[in-house]
Design a binder for this molecule. Structure first.
Ligand SMILES: Nc1ncnc2c1ncn2[C@@H]1O[C@H](COP(=O)(O)OP(=O)(O)OP(=O)(O)O)[C@@H](O)[C@H]1O
Ligand SMILES: [Mg+2]
Length: 433
């Protein structure tokens, strides 16, 4: 059993001093009081022997201490390397994030400036508006991915399985990417097994999985390539295969493919955009469904294949088809709405949108102003932001409910907010939006 390291260290320091002290004292005493050369020699030889014994003991102590600290030192070294690597990844991710956020933003700012100049003709104006809309969607998807990842990290991402026609889910995701494939002259083929009946999945999340895999396949395939999407079953498993003839990947990239914030090429000279979040989200969602996802590639520039396998759980309830939107646009003619937002631009947008459908819109730029207005003259509906200075939208709805209690019935109220987490939704609902 090794001695306590502190004691061992104490021995290492004290023993040589004590030994040297005692031997010097004995020698001094001999020289001063006896003066015999023979005794001097005998003491000297004795001192040498004691010195050797002490030195050997010290060497043993030193090796024991080294052994004891070698393990922790190696672990500390390893941890410091890992921390350095994580720090490097974080810096790289922040750099990529700022670049990816700025790209659509630059497009929005550039096109809006051109629009404001009033020099664009009708065709250019249409193109400008389309470009702004595309950039807005790109940025919104990026933020959605970031939110999903933060939910995954916090262990809060949930799925809501319900009966769904899986072919329709896959088809919708693939078709939404067809124009992107066509723009690169990529042949996008879809093969669906029609015999699969309704199964128990979260259709929105599965659509996200398909979208991520197919958009990757299109992104990492050069012009004129091919992307094949196949949906079928194997035994008691649902099997989705996305194959492309694109850039493929080597073993080094394959090892980190499904890790969050990892990309095959994250250098500043990379050819492909993105944050490296898609496949991390795919894996998490697939695992939440009790399935697996794998990827393979024969090598660089030899294409790749991604395969998702999910347990085939037959739907436990009949399929509920989504309500089909009517051809007639909805009308809010004659409905009075109180719109509340501290941001004037956002407020103006809500007003313009609601007025388009014939609503009579009253606006307020703070919770207090909204409450005063509502108390003076209640509206048919309330639409409010949640985050506002001084009093927030949650407090506002509680105050409005007090007025409602006096008047009855409850005024329909909706929260319009950028707070998109499930807990924000819960908080808004429990405050009675
Ligand atoms: N079909 C594919 N062919 C070749 N490499 C791929 C393919 N799909 C993914 N990869 C590699 O895996 C990495 C991680 O993919 P992932 O979808 O997570 O991130 P991304 O597409 O780069 O960014 P994001 O999905 O956040 O927009 C990619 O950067 C790429 O190197
Ligand atoms: Mg991706």
């Amino acid at each position: 059993m090794p001695a306590h390291p502190r004691r061992q260290l104490g021995h290492l320091i004290v023993t040589p001093f004590v030994t040297i002290g005692v031997l010097s004292a004995v020698l001094l005493w001999e020289v001063e009081h006896v003066g015999s050369v023979v005794l001097l020699l005998a003491i000297f030889v004795g001192a040498l022997v004691v010195g050797i014994v002490v030195a050997r003991g010290m060497r043993r102590d030193i090796s024991r201490l080294t052994e004891r600290y070698e393990g922790p030192l190696m672990i500390a070294d390893e941890q410091s390397h890992q921390a350095e690597a994580a720090n490097h990844l974080k810096d790289e991710f922040l750099f990529t994030l700022s670049h990816e956020l700025r790209t659509p933003l630059n497009s929005v700012l550039g096109w809006s400036r051109l629009l404001a100049s009033g020099k664009l003709d009708a065709t250019q104006t249409k193109r400008a508006i389309q470009a702004i809309e595309r950039a807005g969607w790109a940025q919104s998807r990026l933020i959605e991915d970031l939110l999903d990842v933060s939910q995954i990290v916090a262990g809060k991402l949930q799925i809501a399985p319900r009966p769904a026609a899986v072919q329709q889910v896959v088809e919708t995701a693939v078709e939404s990417l067809r124009s992107a494939a066509e723009a690169k002259h990529i042949v996008l083929r879809l093969s669906l097994d029609p015999s699969i009946g309704p199964i128990q999945i979260d259709p929105d999340r599965l659509q996200q999985v398909v979208w991520n895999l197919v958009s990757n396949a299109i992104k990492f395939t050069r012009r004129g390539g091919r992307v094949d999407v196949q949906l079928g079953t194997e035994g008691d498993q649902l099997c989705l295969i996305v194959h492309d003839t694109g850039i493929g990947f080597n073993a080094q990239v394959a090892a980190h493919l499904f890790e969050r914030c990892r990309q095959g090429d994250s250098s500043s000279t990379r050819q492909y955009g993105g944050l490296g979040l898609g496949l991390g989200i795919v894996r998490h969602v697939v695992e939440l469904h009790g399935g697996t996802v794998s990827a393979s590639s024969p090598g660089e520039n030899l294409g790749s294949t991604f395969e998702v396998r999910l347990p085939l759980r037959q739907a436990v309830a009949p399929l509920v088809s989504a309500p089909v939107a009517g051809t007639k646009p909805p009308s809010l003619r004659g409905v009075s709405i109180l719109a509340v937002d501290s941001d004037p631009q956002a407020l103006e947008f809500v007003r313009a949108t609601l007025e388009q459908y014939g609503a009579i819109v009253v606006t307020a730029s703070s919770a207090r102003e909204a409450r005063d207005r509502f108390e003076r003259e209640p509206t048919d509906v309330v639409v409010s932001d949640l985050v506002m200075p001084e009093e927030d939208g949650l407090q506002l709805i509680r105050d409005i409910r007090k007025v409602d209690d006096a008047l009855a019935p409850l005024t329909p109220a909706a929260a319009v907010t950028a707070l998109a987490r499930a807990e924000d939704r819960r908080r808004a609902l429990s405050a009675s939006y």
